[in-house]
Design a protein around this ligand. Structure first.
Ligand SMILES: Nc1nc2c(c(=O)[nH]1)N=C([C@H](O)[C@H](O)COP(=O)(O)OP(=O)(O)OP(=O)(O)O)CN2
Length: 134
């Protein structure tokens, strides 16, 4: 299996209003490093998994509406605990939709899998990985 991975960053504020999260129930900030890996069984005719420029652009466009926002105030997150794991799946769904709708070119529609990893520090990260149904 081949893979290409691209990276971006996002700065947000949020709270996790459940006693499970202790002090993180309060509003606090996080700067996530976001890694997105694209997987493919066979390379394209150009011998790539996905165009790296397109991958960086789509990731940046996906993160932009969240950057410098208080996630607690965004309607799409109302009633959700915006944990690192939850945000991985949120970003995965948008990257998968971008792949199937051709934002990485027609070859992007034949990607096998995508994995989204959010690192909240150098010590802790979460990820979500799933198939791309093209
Ligand atoms: N599985 C997850 N656990 C935690 C998440 C998460 O997204 N997924 N998030 C947080 C907080 O938002 C924050 O990132 C860390 O808060 P903190 O209170 O420092 O949490 P710790 O578990 O590292 O430390 P404590 O000893 O519990 O205070 C927390 N957990």
């Amino acid at each position: 299996m081949f893979s290409v991975e691209v990276r971006d960053r996002i700065m947000i504020a949020h709270s996790l209003p459940d006693p499970f999260f202790g002090p993180a129930q309060n509003l606090h900030g996080a700067t996530y490093v976001v890694d997105v890996a694209f997987f493919r069984e066979k390379l394209t005719a150009e011998n790539v998994v996905v165009d790296i420029g397109a991958a960086l652009r789509v990731l940046n466009e996906t993160l932009k509406p969240l950057g410098y926002q208080n996630l607690d105030a965004l309607p799409q997150f109302k009633g959700h605990l915006t944990t690192t794991e939850f945000l991985c799946k949120y970003i995965f769904d948008r990257m998968a939709e971008a792949a199937t709708s051709g934002k990485f070119g027609t070859e992007g529609q034949r990607l096998s899998r995508i994995r989204v990893t959010l690192s909240e520090t150098d010590l802790a990260r979460a990820s979500y990985e799933g198939p791309i149904s093209g």
